[in-house]
Design a protein around this ligand. Structure first.
Ligand SMILES: Nc1ncnc2c1ncn2[C@@H]1O[C@H](COP(=O)(O)OP(=O)(O)OP(=O)(O)O)[C@@H](O)[C@H]1O
Length: 263
């Protein structure tokens, strides 16, 4: 069953004396419970597409529906996790995770129990009374994920959530995310620059072209999880994706040399 339907989506930005076509005729049908990675070099429209699904910005043409409803604005059916943790610095971890439940008017005892369950799920039980500034980047991103999960959105939109983390922390959060996804059955759209990350996580990898952003390849990843980065299948796919992404990276660099972009 489709959960996210992207139909002939274009996004143009007006820039002085010109326009940037960030997305051109994007068509994607993402099934309920599917884990999709959007992959491509800087400037290929990954964030633009994710923001359009989130309802933060509107396509210039085309339409997006989530759960059968047209996207017109952000909504509780779509939780977003950003690279910069987006936590409230003045609230403890517990209160950060509880915040959305309070806004929703969930009864105190139910909200407290839910927060405790989420902190436990993300290995944060010991950290409830800490403030974000006292946590490592990986811990802060765990809190950001717990905060979004509290809202129980069927769709999670993740914009390079692990991009700022060191390799070991990144792998442990990737594993955590896969566990959560398997347990809660969310539909996930996950933006990344990292080919390895996309292969490790996704059911399906959508490679975008550099300006205008179109779908270059839509590849299903059939390998069983946990995936072994040293396996021949992993490396065959990695080579294929490296070739596709580097073609787009070269187009990006050519545009830079021609002074057409500052991406
Ligand atoms: N508000 C804007 N005004 C003008 N151009 C924009 C605007 N937002 C994005 N763009 C352009 O649209 C293109 C796609 O940008 P986008 O940020 O979606 O790419 P991206 O693939 O997410 O890149 P990155 O990986 O660097 O975040 C880029 O060329 C960017 O310069």
């Amino acid at each position: 069953m489709s959960d996210i339907l992207i139909n002939h989506v274009y996004k143009r930005f007006a820039v002085p004396g010109n326009e940037v076509v960030a997305l051109k005729d994007i068509n994607l049908d993402i099934a309920s419970g599917e884990f999709v990675c959007l992959l491509g070099p800087s400037g290929c429209g990954k964030s633009t597409l994710l923001n359009a699904i989130a309802g933060f910005s509107h396509p210039t043409e085309g339409s997006i529906t989530v759960g059968g409803r047209p996207v017109v604005e952000p909504g509780p059916d779509r939780g977003m996790v950003f690279q910069e943790y987006a936590l409230f610095p003045w609230m403890t971890v517990f209160k950060n995770v509880r915040f959305g439940l309070e806004v929703k008017g969930v009864a105190n005892d139910v909200a407290d129990a839910r927060v405790r369950e989420l902190l436990d799920m993300l290995g944060l039980s010991e950290f409830g009374e800490r403030f974000p500034k006292d946590l490592s980047g990986g811990m802060r991103q765990r809190v950001a994920i717990a905060r979004v999960l509290a809202l129980d959105s069927p769709v999670l939109l993740m914009d390079e959530p692990f991009g700022a983390l060191d390799a070991l922390t990144r792998r442990s959060l990737q594993d955590e995310l896969l566990k959560i996804w398997a347990r809660l059955g969310k539909t996930i759209v996950f933006v990344t620059h990292s080919i390895e990350e996309a292969i490790y996580l996704a059911d399906r990898i959508v490679v975008l072209t550099y300006r205008p952003g179109t779908v270059k390849r839509d590849i299903r990843v059939e390998m069983p999880r946990p995936r072994d980065a040293a396996s021949p299948e992993f490396n065959t796919l990695k080579r294929e994706l490296s070739r596709l992404v580097s073609e787009e990276q070269q187009r990006h660099e050519a545009a830079e040399r021609a002074g057409l972009t500052t991406d």
